[in-house]
Design a binder for this molecule. Sequence first.
Ligand code: NAD
Length: 480
Amino acid sequence: MSKDYKLFIDGQWVRAGSGKTFESINPSTGESNGSISEGDKEDIDRAVKAARKAFESGPWRDMAPSDRGRLLNRAAQKMWENADFLAEVESSDSGLLINETKNIAIPGTIDVLEFYAGLANKVQGDTLASPGNRLNYTLKEPIGVIGAIVPWNFPLMLTMWKLAPALAAGNTIVIKPAEQTPISILELVKLFQEVGIPDGVINVVPGFGQKAGNALASHPGVDKIAFTGSTKTGRLIMQSAAQNLKPVSLELGGKSPNIVFEDANLESAVNGAMFGIYFAQGQVCAAGSRLFVQDAIYDKFMDLFLKKVQSLRVGSSLDSTTQMGPQVSEQQLKTIERYVAAGLDEGASLLTGGKRKEGAGNGYFYTPTIFEDVTNQMTIAREEIFGPVVSVIRFRDEEDALAKANDTIYGLASGVWTNDIKRGHRMARHLKAGTVYINTYSMLDSAAPFGGTKQSGFGRELGIQAMDMYTQTKHVWVDL
Ligand code: NAD
């Protein structure tokens, strides 16, 4: 049943000043999941002021860090109690498979919150080596008001990557969800409200990127922007943030190579290649969208890969037997169609897929697609498609694989499939990427830093390192 959702500002559920609303669409059915109050510049301003007030004069920043951690753990407990509900909301809004939200996305999101709840009382500065008549030490302090702008592919998880470390360090936050998927984030903050997170510490303003998103990125009252989204928008965010020189962290797009050597375990590599590109319908920043296969095993690998891909069941995200769900929107389907046409125009061979799924009602379903005879210069090998389309490229040897894999503007993730332990580590050293997976793909761990190099962005989310993105160092000099 469709519901009405308001903005969450200063602990209150309020309507947008403009009175406008927009619909959040279920990508499996094309029907509305809810009517959302549409925030714009004025609402962002209200939210930033509330976050500022909560930071400067509220109890959050000065609360004992252990108490902050305890409250965050209580929110995590609430999330466990509501995990099935959150999984259903997330799947309805984003099209992620219910099996994946239940077993991977929601437990993984709660794990991130628990990880940072545990770090709240472990933020520490240093005492420096100084002469006897002097004391020099550093304090690690929260930065202030954080602006978080998130995409639609894993709404709760990518919000939590920012919310949890920001709050653990004592900051306050304004979140701008993606316009396609605001509902799960609004449901999440209800749970935080129930455990008593003080008013104004968390604020959520759903709305469109060019209005609400841009207003948040350029707002002079925001002290830092944490952004996940496309490289194109990342550039705009940097320009907006430059107005008051606020720091930004950017988790952007990718065109990640997944490289299968002749000595790999064939079955594992095929499964890894499938998960690499078809998990979440290819709407994964780290998707292994360029699949490099060594000449010597090419035919054998492709036979097995093709059979498995053609057997994938495409259907509703809420059906637990579905293996690949819908794309997030009609617009995303059109983007995929443009890229498939470009692949055909530029001479790649379409091995399977390449069209919408027929008879799928009003949902946004595409068939799992494989292109072969792809060269690294083709558009489908250079640009992020963000859909279930893999470009298969042959390679000769290690040197050839490395040269081709690194020949991209992106540097988010890479996969290597080999049973030669030395080769695996050698490749890990030379691949230009924030994460290298060896004999696995697209794994996440709350303790392991995640982020990109080159035009995949900068800064690292997750892990202890992420606390550095939400704290600043103050030096104190004392004459004794
Ligand atoms: P997007 O850049 O279109 O939108 C992301 C967010 O930015 C949304 O909330 C949107 O409303 C907002 N936005 C859009 N224009 C804006 C503007 N001018 N100013 C401020 N905010 C604006 O990206 P998307 O289509 O939602 O998500 C897909 C992209 O996200 C892909 O490129 C994917 O690779 C990337 N992504 C990266 C990671 C990572 O960790 N590196 C993770 C997930 C997704």
